[in-house]
Design a protein around this ligand. Structure first.
Ligand code: RIB
Length: 307
C-alpha cells in the first residue's frame, strides 16, 4: 500500500506518473499540500493529472498554510498555477471531504506496518497527523521524504531546500517523531540531472501523458535551462525512484538529522550530525547515489514508453 503527499508542481507530477505505472504498489490516494503553489492549484493539478493518466484514486485536500509562519511559494519555477500556466480544462474529478492529515492516520491504521508513505512537498499534513495521532510513526513501514540539503547547499535560501524551508516547524515534528526516514535531499538531486535533450526526446512520444507533460513542464524546463544549463533536475521523481525501487540505491549513510528553525541565515536547514556527536539514534538514511540508468528508465515508462 502506497500513499503520496504532494504539492503538484511539475516534478511532483513526474513522480506521480511513475507511481501510477508501478504494478508492485497499491496506490491508496493522494494527499495534497500547499507549497509549490497554493492549495487550490495543487488540488486542481492533482485531479487533472489523474484524469489525464486515467487513474481513479481518492484525492484529499490538506493544509492551506504552513503550521506556524507563512512562506513564499515556488510559482517562479512551476508557473503561477503550478502546471506551467497552460490553461488546461479543469478535471471532472472531485476532492474527498476527509482532510489529508486524517486520511494519513486512517490509512496508516488500516495498513499498519505495511504502508509506504512518500512525502514530496512540505511536511505540514504529516506533522498535523502526528500531533493528532502520536502512535502514527510506529505504524508506517517506510517513510520517504524529498527534502533538505545535507551539506547546506540549499535551493530556496542559502542553506534550506524548498520543502523543508517552506515549513520548518512541521519538519521538526516529523524528524523528531519518526525513527526511520529515507531522505532524498536536494544535493542528491543535483547529482542525478537529466539532460534537456533527452527529456525533449522522451516527451516527443505520441502519447497523451507525454503530450500533457510536455506542455506543463515547458515553462520550468526553460527556466531551468537558463539557470542551470544542460541538465534538468526532477527532485520528486528521484524520491519516487527510491520509494518504488529501493534496490536501485547504490550508496547511502545513516545519521541523526536536525531541522533548524531559528537561524538568521539558516532557517529550514537540515543539520546532519555527521560525527554522531550527540549520541542520538540516527533516524535518517541519507540517499547518496542511485542507478541513473534505472532512474531514466522509470521516467520514460512514466511518460508512456515501454522500456
Ligand atoms: O526542492 C525541491 C522540492 O521543492 C520539490 O518537491 C519541488 O516540487 C519543490 O516542491
Amino acid at each position: 500500500p502506497l500513499l503520496i503527499d504532494t504539492d503538484p508542481g511539475v516534478d511532483d507530477a513526474l513522480a506521480l506518473l511513475m507511481a501510477f505505472q508501478s504494478d508492485q504498489h497499491q496506490l491508496l490516494g493522494l494527499c495534497i499540500a500547499a507549497g509549490n503553489v497554493g492549495l487550490q492549484h495543487t488540488c486542481a493539478n492533482a485531479l487533472k493529472l489523474c484524469e489525464v493518466a486515467g487513474i481513479n484514486v481518492p484525492v484529499y485536500q490538506g493544509c492551506a498554510q504552513p503550521l506556524v509562519f507563512a512562506a513564499e511559494d515556488a510559482a517562479y519555477v512551476h508557473g503561477l498555477d503550478g502546471f506551467g500556466d497552460i490553461g488546461y480544462k479543469p478535471a471532472q474529478g472531485y476532492l474527498e471531504t476527509e482532510h489529508a492529515a486524517l486520511a494519513i492516520i486512517r490509512e496508516a491504521n488500516q495498513h499498519a506496518g505495511k504502508l509506504l508513505l512518500v512525502m514530496l512537498g512540505p511536511l505540514t499534513n504529516l506533522a498535523l497527523a502526528v500531533r493528532i495521532d502520536p502512535t502514527l510513526p510506529s505504524k508506517i513501514a517506510r517513510l520517504v521524504v524529498m527534502g533538505g540539503a545535507v551539506t547546506g547547499k540549499g535551493n530556496t535560501n542559502i542553506s534550506a531546500e524548498f520543502n523543508i524551508g517552506f515549513d520548518p516547524e512541521s519538519a521538526v515534528i516529523v524528524f523528531e517523531s519518526f525513527p526511520e526516514i529515507e531522505l532524498l535531499d536536494w544535493e542528491a538531486v543535483l547529482r542525478h540531472g537529466l539532460k534537456h535533450k533527452d527529456i525533449e526526446r522522451w516527451l516527443a512520444l505520441e502519447h497523451p501523458v507525454a503530450a500533457f507533460y510536455q506542455k506543463i513542464s515547458l515553462k520550468t524546463r526553460q527556466w531551468s535551462e537558463g539557470r542551470r544549463g544542460e541538465y534538468w533536475h526532477s527532485a520528486d521523481a528521484l524520491a519516487m525512484l527510491v520509494a518504488l525501487c529501493p534496490e536501485y540505491v547504490i550508496d547511502k549513510y545513516k545519521h541523526y538529522v536536525y531541522v533548524e528553525t531559528q537561524g538568521k541565515h539558516s532557517r529550514g536547514a537540515t543539520v546532519v550530525d555527521w560525527a554522531d556527536r550527540m549520541g542520538k539514534p540516527a533516524q535518517t538514511e541519507i540517499m547518496h547515489q542511485v542507478k541513473q540508468d534505472q532512474f531514466e528508465r522509470l521516467i520514460q515508462n512514466a511518460l508512456g514508453w515501454s522500456i
